[in-house]
Design a protein around this ligand. Structure first.
Ligand code: NAD
Length: 457
């Protein structure tokens, strides 16, 4: 069986690749298990350091090629593709320092014995990746996992496997055979990876519904599951918010990847005293966004991943049209054969709960007023998702107090969507489980073992 990968602007085929099935996926897992048992990879921290460092350099040397590939298979604008490749390089370079820092602890215990806690790599880990930021989301998880010493089986999204495949080809020669393998396919391959007894950890990034199934399959055999799922990002604009900073940041992060981003700033909650100013400023800017060829300088918003996804988004826009809350945008646009939508702003005193609470995953933003800080927090938290939010205020105390009350894995103050290889991130509630990046991101791929030395005193 094969997968035809298309250019998301023209819908023309870029290439056709082979597709795995349950049997060939199980064979890849068996090879990864052998590599874990028979190579020095899980124990050789200097080898892992060198491989990660060289791999980062190799991606940097092929940066333009990777950007071109990413642009054609995702339909994202070029500056986002450049940023994505740079994030992947940074993940490898940052984590190249981690293998030698994986650490447990030592304790003198109550009976005089020595307790050593050591961290050991879990074994084989699977990486199941979505299509929106494929290269970054893979290396965000894979680089710390390799630092921990796992062997890996990677499943890209069938919509966007090419940049990942090329980046894996660029692995340095010192990476032992079968330590990192790729299996292409869709649900069947993903289900095999999630349910296989020899996969000790599954790092899944994708939708909440599929993530739930992956988490349940992993829990059934007590494997670890790191689940990075959907989001409904919010900016809270307090009465003293600096609008000159907030509005450009919202615009930059609401329509990124045509809004198809888990962390996208999809909701804007504004104190009533500033509501009409913010709504009007956003409406003007949203209406002026340029949609089309992602490779054209000046294009703000590129393609939607597929016609099916555009129809799904349009379903939400129909709700807004019928309730009269669609302020601007939302039209289907004809641009080169792919799926394009005019970015939309939805605004009302009270917006339909489906628009306020569900992940639309498209270029659609809601703006709503609030009267009190309590109300702002309640509105922000009134969704099953808990990935990312921002508070905009000049009042340090209000910023801290509000940030503490928001049920989100990341809360920014006076900025939006800044991510760092050194700081763990992840979701609360239906946005996921586990944390990626930082020491926590490495430790997720280890088991903690207690070795107790009986000291006879
Ligand atoms: P998806 O859940 O449809 O697919 C994700 C991956 O899972 C793909 O590789 C897919 O082939 C695979 N898959 C599909 N069915 C499967 C199954 N039954 N078992 C195992 N794997 C299966 O998600 P998508 O449409 O590719 O991506 C969009 C979603 O990803 C959005 O919900 C978005 O919020 C989320 N996302 C989250 C983060 C984060 O860090 N939290 C980042 C990016 C995207």
């Amino acid at each position: 069986m094969t997968i035809t990968v298309t250019n998301k602007v023209t819908t023309e085929a870029i290439t056709t690749i082979g597709e795995e099935d349950a049997r060939s996926t199980a064979a890849a897992i068996a090879r990864a298990k052998d590599a874990f048992a028979s190579t020095s990879w899980p124990r050789d921290t200097r080898l892992r350091q060198e491989v990660l460092r060289q791999w980062g350099d190799a991606l940097a040397a092929h940066r333009d090629e990777l950007v071109d590939l990413l642009l054609s298979e995702t339909g994202k604008i070029r500056p986002e593709c450049v940023k994505e490749v740079d994030f992947a390089i940074d993940a490898l370079r940052f984590n190249s320092g981690m293998p030698r820092l994986v650490a447990g602890s030592a304790h003198t215990l109550s009976d005089g014995s020595a307790g050593h806690l050591v961290r050991e790599p879990v074994g084989v880990a699977a990486f199941i990746v979505p299509w929106n930021w494929p290269l970054f989301l893979l290396f965000r998880d894979l680089a710390p996992a390799l630092a921990a010493g796992v062997t890996a089986v990677v499943k890209p999204s069938p919509f966007t496997p090419l940049t990942i495949m090329r980046a894996l080809e660029l692995a340095p020669a010192d990476l032992p055979a079968d330590v990192v393998q790729v299996v292409n396919g869709g649900a069947e391959v993903g289900e095999t990876l999630s349910a296989h007894d020899d996969v000790a950890a599954v790092a899944f990034t994708g939708s909440t519904s599929v993530g739930r199934a992956v988490g349940i399959a992993a829990a059934g055999r007590f494997a670890k599951a790191m689940l990075e799922l959907g989001g409904k990002g919010a900016s809270l604009l307090m009465p003293d918010a600096d609008l000159d900073a907030a509005i450009p940041a919202i615009m930059a992060n609401a329509f990124i990847t045509a809004g198809q981003m888990c962390m996208a700033n999809t909701r804007v909650l504004v104190h009533r005293s500033r509501y009409s100013d913010v709504r009007d400023a956003l409406a003007e800017r949203v209406g002026a966004l340029s949609v089309g060829d992602p490779d054209e300088p000046g294009t703000d918003v590129g393609a939607i991943i597929s016609a099916t996804q555009r129809d799904r988004i349009d379903g939400y826009l129909q709700i807004a049209r019928s309730e009269g809350s669609l302020l601007v945008g939302g039209d289907r646009l004809e641009r080169g054969g792919g799926a394009f939508l005019a970015p939309a702003l939805i605004s009302a005193d009270r917006i339909d709960d489906r628009l306020r609470q569900e992940e639309i995953f498209g270029p659609v933003v809601t703006v709503e007023p609030f009267d009190t800080e309590d109300q702002a927090v309640a509105l922000a938290n009134d969704t099953e998702y808990g990935l990312a939010a921002a508070v905009w205020t000049q009042d340090v105390t209000a910023a801290w107090r509000t940030a503490r009350r928001l049920d989100f894995g990341t809360v920014w103050i006076n900025r939006y969507n800044r991510t760092f290889a050194e700081v763990p991130s992840g979701g609360m509630k239906s946005s996921g489980a586990g944390r990626t990046r930082g020491f926590e991101g490495v430790n997720e791929f280890t088991e903690l073992k207690h070795i107790n030395f009986g000291i006879d005193d």
